[in-house]
Design a protein around this ligand. Structure first.
Ligand SMILES: O=C(O)c1ccccc1NCC(=O)[C@H](O)[C@H](O)COP(=O)(O)O
Length: 266
């Protein structure tokens, strides 16, 4: 990859969108959506508002930083195990090149489990939001580093219209401020530095205070121990987004329970 990883991911996402539009133009996708039942009640956000630690469990086959995480990848079984373990929501990667994700994984998981799912992708065009709805998602990820203020507002508006929640991801104070200004109700702070790939929990611990008290605040990346969730509670975080640690855990229920216990003990 040349440039930053995020630049490469975004450039490839733009190419994917053009290909998707050639296969199914946006007007036709919108027409198909009009025939579907409206999504009401913002199920993703509602699940995250439950008391206690909210856990968004990620179905993640590979990543730019770790390469292949799961050679054997029974994605439906993994999603069902997350549901049985008591996760609040499921994150499904659909980025195909570096995360080895697939739209099909999202469609099938959303149709199989009763937990709300977020489409984890690099949303660089409204098409991906409409498509997320068509695939059965209840939420999309909007990354501040990829979207200017007006795009963030526009994309949030589209998500809202479709009944989808938007998890707005920030890495620093400026991005948290921008997320708050555009009215994001769900703000995620990523602990992974996308240039060095280093993970530092301090990022979400420090930035909680920069986000509005009444937003749902999610710590993303590198969360793996009860000590992490204990520290997150002390700063007032509401939830976590966990990929690798849960993917590698033989007993997902045990890890999830331990993470919740750490949070409750704080
Ligand atoms: O995971 C990566 O290597 C990565 C690289 C570049 C951009 C994004 C990346 N990850 C996306 C995520 O947000 C994580 O999958 C998610 O927060 C879970 O992280 P983890 O628990 O550390 O697997």
């Amino acid at each position: 990859m040349t440039g930053t990883v995020l630049d490469a991911l975004a450039a490839h996402a733009r190419e994917r969108v053009e290909e998707k539009k050639r296969k199914l133009p946006l007007a036709e996708l919108k027409r198909q959506l009009r025939e579907r039942e409206a999504l009401s009640g913002f199920p993703f956000e509602t699940a995250l508002r439950e008391p206690g630690l909210s856990v968004i469990a990620e179905v993640k086959k590979a990543s730019p930083s770790k390469g292949v995480i799961a050679e054997h990848f029974p994605y439906l079984e993994i999603a069902k195990a997350y549901e049985a373990a008591g996760a609040s929501c499921i994150s499904v990667l659909t980025e195909p090149k570096w995360f080895l994700g697939d739209d099909r994984y999202l469609r099938e998981i959303a149709a199989t489990v009763s937990l709300p799912c977020i489409r984890k992708d690099f949303t660089v065009d409204p098409y991906l939001i409409y498509e997320a709805r068509e695939l059965g998602a209840s939420a999309v990820l909007l990354i501040c580093a990829l979207l200017g203020r007006s795009e963030l507002e526009e994309y949030l508006g589209i998500a809202e219209e479709l009944g989808l929640s938007a998890l707005v991801e920030a890495h620093d104070e400026e991005e948290v401020g921008r997320a708050a200004e555009v009215g994001a109700r769900l703000i995620g702070v990523n602990n992974r530095d996308l240039k060095s790939f280093s993970v530092n929990m301090e990022n979400s611990l420090r930035l909680r205070a920069a986000a509005p008290d009444n937003c749902i605040f999610i710590a993303e990346s590198g969360v793996r121990t009860p000590a992490d969730t204990r520290a997150l509670r002390t700063v007032g975080a509401d939830g976590i987004l966990v990929g690798e640690a849960l993917m590698r855990a033989e007993n997902k229920a045990e890890l999830l329970q331990a993470l919740r216990k750490g949070y409750e003990e704080a």
